[in-house]
Design a protein around this ligand. Sequence first.
Ligand SMILES: [Zn+2]
Length: 275
Amino acid sequence: METTEWIFWQHSTVPVYQKQASLHDLVTKIVSCQSTRSLSKTDRALFKDAEDSDYVIATDETIFRPQGGGQPSDNGQMKLKRDRIVSFDVKLVRKAAEGQIYHLGGFSGLGQLLRGGDAVIQIIDTAKRNYHSRYHTAGHILGLAVRQLKEKVGDVSEVKTNHAPGMAFVEFRGLISGEHKSDIQERVNELVQRNIPVNVDWWDEKNAKAHCAALPEGFSIPDDGDVRVVDVEGVGAYPCGGTHLPTTGDIGETVVRKISRQKGVTKISYAIASP
Ligand SMILES: [Zn+2]
């Protein structure tokens, strides 16, 4: 099937998921459609496992959260508004250096019907989004549980996180003994059971630096000013671009799996119950 390739307009995609994470469908406009073969070398490198038959679509705005910050990307569909038979399955979403958010996938129906400026309906896979959000929020809870226990486990600080199902962990600079596993598990359970509100907010530089539990290594204030922050009410906040759940109780059972130490860094892996 031949699909016309074009770049109707090239600009930064408006990341709607950042301010309206509960929006799971949205009508927006297509601004470019390219085959993976015609992407620049830099953009092609974002999609290592893509097939030559795949296409990359950018839209004016998007509710699809790209892969990043340890969270896998959203999946879902985009349907042409004037002819819903034309549908594009979104397999992977990545943010390019210039600010475009690219949706990688393939067409079902006649992809060549697409034209620049066409209205499409974006629909994200809600079950997957919620699962990723639960995993992600659980990572924050694990970090905060360890912080609350610092008298016992030591004064450590988060350096890296991965919230992908099956391989999730939080890494801390500093050593935590394996004997603290049950204490950490208990504190995680308590924070989940308390059903604490998880708020996403935008803070200025001063506030973010003063009130965040930890700032990522190499943290810098975005050019447009405020920092997106996730705040577990009364427990602690982090700068974060991920998707979260309204309360800690939504995470459900969280299991602290393993504590391992290497070169001054402690890695605590964790898992949550499947949906
Ligand atoms: Zn987060």
